[in-house]
Design a binder for this molecule. Structure first.
Ligand SMILES: C[S@@+](CC[C@H](N)C(=O)[O-])C[C@H]1O[C@@H](n2cnc3c(N)ncnc32)[C@H](O)[C@@H]1O
Length: 217
């Protein structure tokens, strides 16, 4: 059979972001612009849309996000499921506080509950297991070196049926090269080993930097 060209081609992602991802509010463009100007990492718009779609289908009562940034992914999730209660944690409180202002600008989200916590994720998660162990969905997008540790904690303490979504699991393609051994490279590879060993069902969405959806049995 004739081999088909890969879809992973230069500029295709930009084309998708510009043409095939409808932002539901001008806020998203504003946030993308701000993130670009200030070199703040955020999920790609296509990733945000997939995240929003998944959360919209699942309609979780409670969502916990680790890694708020400026709240771009938070608002995509809120858009997908405005009835969900979202708790989002970030160690950088002043940056994460921008989320409050953005949310205020969007009248549709006035009733959506978004609670912001300023803390190191792991400290907070270890100290407050009773607050999150019943959560329906987790979205993980903080420091990659914490991914294996977060995996251990959620697999031990999240409730059966909980959905866990991780961003950056393809780590800008660095997972392809075994010679790359920065702590974040090692952590992402170790994280993948743990996911595969667990036998939990998972689905990789190869969008943005790789979005991994896992269901805890
Ligand atoms: C990639 S950004 C999050 C982007 C956001 N999810 C979005 O797409 O809009 C990562 C964020 O995680 C925070 N962070 C990284 N490691 C952390 C940790 N160990 N505890 C708390 N916050 C952390 C950083 O301050 C940063 O704002």
């Amino acid at each position: 059979m004739k081999s088909r060209p890969s879809i992973f081609r230069d500029h295709l992602e930009d084309h998708i972001e510009e043409n095939y991802v409808l932002r539901p509010h001008s806020l998203f463009d504003e946030m993308e612009e701000y993130a670009k100007e200030n070199s703040i990492p955020i999920v790609s718009a296509a990733t945000g849309k997939v995240l929003s779609h998944l959360v919209g289908l699942l309609k979780p009562k409670s969502v916990w996000e680790l890694g708020t940034g400026i709240g771009y992914s938070t608002l995509w999730m809120a858009y997908g499921s405005p009835e969900s209660e979202i708790t989002t944690i970030d160690r950088n409180g002043s940056q994460a506080a921008l989320l409050d202002g953005y949310k205020e600008k969007w009248s549709d989200l006035r009733k959506t509950e978004i609670k912001r916590i300023t803390s190191w994720c792991m400290d907070y998660m270890y100290e407050n297991i009773d607050l999150w162990s019943d959560a329906d969905l987790f979205f993980i997008d903080c420091d990659k070196v914490t991914y294996p540790q977060i995996w251990e904690l959620l697999s031990a303490k999240a409730k059966p049926g909980a959905k866990i979504i991780y961003d950056n699991v393809l780590w800008h393609g660095r997972i392809l090269d075994p010679k790359l051994q920065k702590p974040s490279d090692v952590a992402i590879k170790s994280f993948w080993e743990k996911v595969k060993d667990s036998k939990y069902p998972f689905t990789l969405y190869p969008v943005g930097d790789g979005l991994l959806f896992i269901e805890k049995p």
